[in-house]
Design a binder for this molecule. Structure first.
Ligand SMILES: [Zn+2]
Length: 238
């Protein structure tokens, strides 16, 4: 797809210290702390400069963390000197990072990202991709989940690197944590989601696997079928 086709990213204020940055059907998040700002994901990319847009929102230094290496999450990576991610996602990002001169820095499960007065815990949440990560802000009871859960936008679960069983285990792990957060910040679909969406997504995955959901044709050409259970679902190959 030529870069020209992507719309310009648009920042929408969530509150004093949080923005969501929308680019078409993908979303990044900017959290502003006392010492620095945390940018979660880098959208599709394009000719605009995401760093310039962020400079209109904060003058703090920006740390970029990637939930995973899919193309709709790393597009503006080259605007930044460094990008932080889990090791398993390096192969997906290496070529673009080398071209742009962005250094890839490895995070691990249990690491804390301290932006000054606010902490995000790194969780390894494999399934959608092998090294997907979520960021858990325990104090503010928010979890940023990348592509694990979404409403009105099926989760991609077919093709290389996707793993249904790992995905289901990840959702079950998050479901056990759901008393610890009130809001889910997803990369696609409606914003924000409530914790019950974890269980809705689990139910849909189990029904799909059991052959209880109709195999629909996706709205765009994909080598997969679309399975919907109410407002949650998947692109998947049986
Ligand atoms: Zn995505």
């Amino acid at each position: 797809m030529p870069e020209m086709m992507f719309p310009s990213p648009e920042a929408i204020k969530i509150n004093e210290n949080e923005y969501r940055i929308e680019q078409g059907f993908v979303r990044c998040y900017l959290f502003i702390g006392e010492e620095k700002a945390l940018l979660v994901d880098a959208a599709f990319g394009g000719e605009d400069n995401l760093k310039d847009l962020i400079a209109t929102l904060t003058d703090k230094p920006v740390q970029l963390v990637l939930t995973h290496g899919d193309p709709d999450h790393i597009g503006y990576m080259g605007n930044f000197d460094k990008a932080y991610l889990l090791e398993e996602e390096i192969p997906a990002c290496q070529e673009m990072a080398a071209k742009a001169g962005t250094e890839l820095c490895v995070l691990k499960e249990g690491d804390h990202i301290n932006i000054g007065g606010r902490f995000f815990e790194v969780l390894h949440v494999p399934g959608h991709t092998p090294g997907s990560l979520a960021l858990f802000d325990r104090l503010n009871r928010i979890i940023v989940t990348g592509d694990l859960v979404s409403k009105m936008m099926p989760v991609f679960l077919f093709g290389e690197g996707r793993d249904y069983d790992a995905y289901l285990r990840t959702l079950q792990k998050l479901s056990m944590m759901k008393v610890s957060f009130d809001q889910i910040y997803p990369s696609h679909g409606e914003f924000p989601l409530t914790p019950d969406y974890i269980d809705k997504q689990i139910a849909a995955a189990e029904k799909m696997r059991a052959g209880e959901l109709p195999a629909l044709d996706p709205p765009m050409p994909l080598p997969a079928k679309m399975y919907m259970d109410g407002d949650v679902g998947f692109y998947f190959c049986m």
